[in-house]
Design a protein around this ligand. Structure first.
Ligand SMILES: Cc1ncc(COP(=O)(O)O)c(C=O)c1O
Length: 381
């Protein structure tokens, strides 16, 4: 069986977790601070603030951006539901704008069209690791005086015009869930170049507490903390951060390997009669958190049939990215016409991709795709 993905974890992560446990400091402490430094430096950001996951990172970022009850935030429907849920946590209303069918990323023209007097922010997504059109979306946000927040759950290691995602200065949120390029089990991170924002994020993720546990324990003087604001418990543990530090060492190699596997898929699919490789704009370098192929509208079989036939051959695939507006959880939101999102979501499928994937395993996937195409061209004839 060829799985859709596999996290790349080894003895180093196991040892790092054990050492964190043996140190006696298991919640947010020195390893979290080190992990934050490693991510900030990799992304070229001035600050990084770790959180319990990317959903909580998004929630805090939106709060810092000033989003609250009565506001609207524009985001794509075509995203994991966490994007939309994080907006709801603030009391604001998600407003879905359409994506570009080629990139699965927010279309800047559609985003601008969705602006109303209540719009406070745009929450863009770098979907499955492919950078969104940051120049255009930044321009829209600036023109209308809106905050731009980046959902980069899948995008650590991706680049926009050569700059690492997370280095542009916007509040940018990463996930370290095992389905992502690097993992800490669960985990999130916010990068920003704004020192005040970083300070407030650190307060908010820890109950609004004015003195961190690490500072209190290190102090030779009694320190009494204050609770500056109603905050949250969105902390990462030092065990997770210790694993994260090992994962950061692996990150460049993981990204290079994913890009190499993706290039092999693309070279093959360019010859395929009805399955298309992903489109990558000139400004973007993807980490290929997922490899999304796209069925032509006149493909001889439906996406679900193709998925089943591949599964029968021992190959796991996944449907393309979900549409939040189709879920019961979003039934209360104003309906939007999202034809590009529906076309993109309905005809895409994710192929297996992981850094440990061998040539033989990938060849099995390619052969299976070709066999199915051949069978269907014969049936059509
Ligand atoms: C685009 C997007 N945003 C947010 C999230 C939420 O990440 P987490 O599971 O770390 O909360 C995910 C996770 O799949 C995602 O894909």
């Amino acid at each position: 069986m060829i799985p859709i993905t596999k996290p790349m974890l080894g003895a180093e992560e196991g040892d790092a977790a054990r050492l964190a446990v043996e140190s006696g400091w298991v919640t947010q402490g020195p390893k979290v601070a080190e992990f934050e430094q490693a991510v900030a430096s990799y992304c070229g950001a001035e600050h990084a603030v770790a959180t319990s996951n990317c959903t909580t990172a998004l929630h805090l970022s939106l709060l810092i951006a000033g989003v609250g009850p009565g506001d609207e935030v524009i985001c794509p429907s075509m995203s994991f539901i966490a994007t939309c849920n994080a907006i709801r946590y603030t009391g604001a209303t998600p407003v879905f704008a359409d994506v570009d069918v080629r990139t699965y990323n927010l279309d800047p023209i559609a985003a601008e069209r969705a602006i109303t007097p209540r719009t406070k922010a745009i929450l863009l997504v770098h979907q499955i690791g492919l950078p969104a059109d940051l120049d255009q979306l930044d321009a829209v946000a600036k023109k209308h005086n809106l905050q731009l927040v980046e959902d980069a759950a899948c995008a650590i290691g991706s680049r926009h015009r050569g700059q690492a995602i997370g280095g542009r200065g916007n509040l940018t949120c990463f996930s370290f869930h095992p389905r992502k390029v690097i993992t800490t089990g669960e985990g999130g991170m916010i990068t920003t170049n704004n020192a005040e924002h970083a300070h407030e994020l650190r307060l908010l993720r820890q109950h609004g507490m004015s003195v961190s546990d690490t500072a209190r324990h290190a102090s030779r003087k009694v320190m009494i903390e204050q609770y500056e604001m109603p905050g949250y418990n969105y902390r990462m543990t030092d065990i997770q951060a210790a694993i994260g530090l090992e994962q950061m060492q692996r990150l460049p190699g993981i990204v290079a390997r994913r890009q190499e596997r993706a290039a092999r898929y693309t070279a093959h699919l360019l010859q395929h009669p009805w399955l298309r490789p992903p489109y990558v704009p000139d400004y973007a370098e993807s980490n290929y958190q997922s490899y999304a192929a796209h069925l032509d509208a006149d493909a001889p079989l439906r996406r679900e049939e193709l998925m089943q036939q591949l599964l029968d051959k021992g190959i796991a695939t996944r449907r393309g990215i979900m549409l939040s507006h189709k879920e019961p959880a979003c039934a209360d939101l104003a309906p939007q016409l999202l034809p590009e999102s529906e076309a993109a979501s309905g005809r895409s499928l994710l192929l297996p991709l992981y850094p440990q994937m061998t040539d033989d395993e990938q060849q099995q996937v390619l052969d299976a795709i070709d066999e199915i195409a051949m069978l269907h061209s014969r049936t059509a004839a």
